[in-house]
Design a protein around this ligand. Structure first.
Ligand SMILES: [Fe+2]
Length: 309
């Protein structure tokens, strides 16, 4: 080999690349944000879910869910880098079969009475404002026995499992897992009234906080996923904040406008916001609000990757 061209040809032929010759850098000064801030409006989604309720029965779709795909061109699945969110509905009389998977999942209930979930044999009601957990490899099914169609937001760490590749999925051999117990309270069910009570008792957050008050559900709720419930009163304006944690926000109550990565999103009850890591964001609140922030903070913390400013 006498020329650089010959050297690079020899390197490339062996599936190698010279670190000094790489067309794209592999290290950079701070996160560059490959996914986009985004919003999904419940007022637009709910009629589609209701129409799907007529057109897509549970034989066609075992679970009637709409995945919230980040709008970055060419992106195919996740909502933020490590998390995927989805809206889901179940109609009276319907069942979602029992299955389990390595990804962790949680549900934030928006509307509807009389729907139950069975998680590893424990049957618990899913009520508006509740957050219910399905940790990794726990059996779970849903059934609507009440008068209402039930609507909720799912958040799962499937994209993280895609990255690391330990994906396992299994349907229950009996289609439905037997119910061992019916309970009112469970370590896997965070009740809305308990969240409100804890927020009432919580001291106001420090001035740099992104909410007036915030509580954490679990510590963390699941190994990869943290859940925080935030209270932001009408007139509240948060300072600009950045964190490496990727987050999905669900609006349980209230209204406001958030500026995320330089873009404005006006939100209302039931909306979902994607806040990719390191995108600067701030909130301005117009009606008393409660938000649920689901993030990959435990992952970032475990590897010393959690930074904020
Ligand atoms: Fe599932």
């Amino acid at each position: 080999m006498k020329t650089l061209e010959e050297l690079y040809a020899a390197i490339g032929h062996l599936s190698m690349e010279g670190g000094w010759h790489r067309p794209q850098p592999s290290l950079w000064p701070e996160p560059t944000g490959t996914l986009e801030p985004a919003q999904w409006r419940y007022s637009q989604v709910k009629p589609i879910l209701e129409a799907a309720g007529h057109l897509v029965d549970h034989h066609l779709a075992e679970r009637r869910n709409l995945t919230l795909t980040n709008p970055k061109p060419g992106h195919w699945y996740s909502t933020v880098r490590t998390l995927v969110a989805a809206y889901q509905s179940i109609k009276p009389g319907e069942n979602a079969l029992s299955h389990r998977h390595t990804p962790n999942a949680l549900r934030i209930i928006l509307e509807g009475q009389g729907t139950y979930t069975v998680v590893n044999g424990t049957r618990v009601e899913m009520r508006p404002g509740d957050v219910l957990l399905t940790p990794s490899w726990h059996w779970h099914s849903h059934e609507a026995v009440g008068p209402d169609e039930c609507f909720w937001v799912d958040v799962l760490d499937v994209p993280l499992v895609h990255l690391l590749e330990p994906m396992f999925f299994e349907r229950h051999p009996d289609r439905f897992e037997p119910v061992r117990e019916n309970v009112e309270s469970s370590a896997l069910a965070f009740r809305w009234e308990d969240s409100l009570r804890r927020l009432d008792a919580e001291a106001a957050a420090p001035a740099h906080g992104t909410a007036e008050r915030e509580i954490e559900l679990g510590s963390p709720a699941m190994k990869t996923t943290a859940i925080h419930v935030q209270r932001l009163g009408a007139g509240f304006k948060s300072p600009l904040h950045q964190t490496t944690a990727n987050a999905v926000y669900t609006v349980l109550e209230g209204a406001g406008t958030s500026r995320i990565g330089g873009r404005e999103f006006s939100w209302a009850k039931g909306d979902v916001l994607a806040v990719p890591g390191w995108q600067p964001f701030e909130h301005r609140v117009s009606a008393d609000a409660h938000l649920v922030r689901v993030s990959d903070e435990p992952v970032m913390r475990a590897f010393d990757f959690l930074r904020s400013r």
